[in-house]
Every structure is written in C-alpha cells, then in structure tokens.
Design a protein around this ligand. Structure first.
Ligand code: KG4
Ligand code: ZN
Length: 341
C-alpha cells in the first residue's frame, strides 16, 4: 500500500547496447539491473540489429529482477519512465513499446526521458557521500555517442553551450583502442593500461576548434598514422609500448576536455562542474577534475561508478522529478533517435 509522498518509479533504459531497469522510491534507488550485451564484442562496435534483438530477449527478465530486488509489488509502481532518445531507433523502440504496454496494463502514468538529461540528473539520486550539485552548474557529458558541455540552470532548464562536431569522446577511445587491437569497447582497456604508462611518452596533436566545440576525428587519424609508421619499423611496437601509448592517448583526450571546460568556466563564471556518461568512469578525467578543485577553485561532482555507463537508475531520477511536476506522456509517444536536450 503506497501513501501520498511515496512515489515508486519503474524506469527502463534501452537506448544503445545495455538493457536496464531500475526502481526508485522517491529519489532513492531500490534496484538497478543492467544486462550488458556481449554479442557486439566480436564486431568491434554495436550492431544495431543485434542490439534490438538482445533488448527483446533481456527486457522481461531485467524488469522482473528490478521489481524483485526492489522488494515491491508491481501494483505499488506510481509511473513508468523510459528513454525516448537519443539512441538507436531499434533499441529505443523495444523500451518505448514495453513502457507503453506496461503503463496501459497497470493503468499508471508514462514519463518520457531524454537520455542525455538523465546522465546529468543522475547526480540527484540520493547517495551518501555524493552531494548534489547546486544550480547553476556546468555538465560535461561524455559518452560513446555524445560530448557536450551543458549549462544547467534548473532540473529541466538546460542549454548545450559546446559539443563535438564529429566523433564523440567515447568513439575516440574506442577507435584508438581498435587500432591497438583491443576488443570493443576499448575505452576501459585504454584506461587500464594508461594507469601504468607515461602520458608524455608520445605526443598527439590537439584539434583547433573555435568556441566550446570539440573535435576528435583528427586524433583517431593521428593515432592511426603514428601506429602504422612505428609498426613498419618495429612489428612489436604496440606490444612493447602499450602502456605508454595508452597513457599518451588518454592524456591528449583529457587535455582536450579540460581545455574546453576551462574556457566554459571563464565564459560563464560557473565553477560548479558535474560530469556524466560512460567516459566519466575514466580515471584520467576523474583525477584531473579532483585536482581542479584545488588548482582552479572549482567544485566538482563525479558520479558513483554505477551511474556512469548507461543505466536505468538515471532514467528513474528524471522520472521522479517529472512525476512531481505531473509531466506525463500519452500513449501516442514514440522513440526519437535524435532527441535533443
Ligand atoms: O554512456 P555510455 O555507457 O553509452 C553511451 O551512451 O554511449 O558510454 C559508453 C562509452 C564507450 O565508448 C566506452 O568505451 C566508454 O564509455 N568508457 C570509457 C571508460 N569506461 C567506459 N572510456 C574511457 N575510460 C573508461 N574507464
Ligand atoms: Zn549514455
């Protein structure tokens, strides 16, 4: 039996290659189940068709498990929140259709969520030792599909003030990793080797982009030419220098991110900085942001590891705030692969 003020959100995330369901009680997380699709590893990237099929297989057990772990009855759920976009059409459709059916079956409201807003608002999930950012703050959202600096004035008042003009930062990690022969997704592996290497061993050129925008496609090409040249001279070059190569690539990527963040702080005068998205799991960016607290007087917010890569908990927290505003969606809603903040 729920009492007024007790809001239970069941959230569904299926925008890319993780099928996830979570249950929140107000702003507290009760469960967060993520089924990561291993099927893409051997293809070196996400295969959209296979992702949709895997979501179809995973979604029912993942939702069952989320409800069971939350120790609630499905009759207690106040509303269903789901990712409307951005993401892969086929993947989004699985979550969207399921959320619509569930809301109809349980006769409860449906709430649409923007995946990128969710990466930002993940900071508002109630967690001990993780203070919530105060408005206004700057959010650096860094993932396999996006790289943005967002000025966040309130929960739903967000403005993108800088973004990538080509590859996302996660792609820069993953494509560089592919050149080194790592399986997909290579970002975490670059990070692992980078911890053991010298970040100044090799120098990669940083792009020249105006304003607060980013560019990462040149770096990938730079890494490719560099590796080709070195491997021609020494076939064991990658094996012998793996840690240093990874540390140097990571150093360059983190520099590119930090350069623009510094510019954004200067431009807006805002020194509250939050990061979100899969790449915020990266140890290089985490360390540089922590250092920035002392060095530049910033206050930085780094999400709990669980909330960095795609997860439904972050969809649930957006659902909670929308529920409070009674911002519900009707059943005519459909997935939107290019849904903007
Ligand atoms: O947010 P996310 O799970 O999915 C998208 O919405 O894209 O981000 C996935 C991205 C991948 O590119 C992955 O390589 C990268 O995040 N990633 C990392 C690390 N952990 C995940 N990149 C660098 N270092 C990491 N530790
Ligand atoms: Zn994401």
């Amino acid at each position: 039996m729920t009492i007024p003020g007790d809001i239970y959100i069941l959230a569904i995330e299926s925008s890319c290659d993780d099928t996830s369901a979570a249950v929140l009680h107000n702003d507290k997380l009760l469960s967060n189940i993520v089924a990561t699709q291993e099927v893409h590893t051997k293809y070196g990237g996400v295969v959209p068709e296979l992702a949709s099929r895997a979501h179809q297989q995973n979604i029912v057990p993942v939702i069952h498990q989320a409800i069971a772990e939350a120790n609630i009855d499905k009759k207690d759920v106040s509303a269903i929140a789901f990712t409307k976009g951005p993401g892969l059409m086929g993947s989004l459709l699985v979550g969207t259709s399921f959320a619509k059916s569930l809301s109809m079956g349980l006769n409860i409201p449906l709430i649409e969520v923007n995946h990128m807003q969710a990466h930002i608002l993940a900071h508002f999930i109630d967690e001990e030792n993780y203070p919530k950012p105060t408005f206004p703050f700057l959010a650096l959202t860094i993932s396999g599909g996006h790289t943005q600096i967002v000025k966040v004035s309130n929960y739903f008042e967000m403005e993108v003030i800088g973004q990538t003009i080509d590859d996302a930062v996660g792609e820069a990690f993953d494509k560089s990793a592919k050149i080194l022969g790592f399986p997909y997704p290579g970002g975490p592996l670059i990070d692992k080797h980078a911890k053991l290497g010298n970040p100044k061993a090799f120098k990669f050129t940083k792009p020249k982009v105006s304003g607060l925008d980013f560019s990462f496609s040149g770096l990938k090409t730079g890494v490719l030419y560099f590796i080709h040249k070195e491997v021609k001279a020494n076939t064991n070059f990658i094996e012998e220098n793996k840690n240093d190569i990874c540390a140097s690539i990571q150093f360059t990527i983190v520099e590119i991110l930090m350069d623009n963040l510094k510019k954004a702080v200067k431009q807006t005068g805002i020194k509250e900085i939050a990061i979100g998205g899969g790449v915020s799991a990266n140890s290089g960016i985490r360390t540089r942001l922590k250092d920035a607290e002392k060095k530049y007087g910033w206050k930085t917010y780094i999400p709990k590891f669980e909330y960095t890569t795609d997860n439904a908990a972050m969809i649930g927290i957006v659902g909670y705030y929308k529920y409070l505003q009674e911002e519900f969606t009707d059943l005519s809603v459909t997935a939107q692969p290019r849904y903007k903040i």
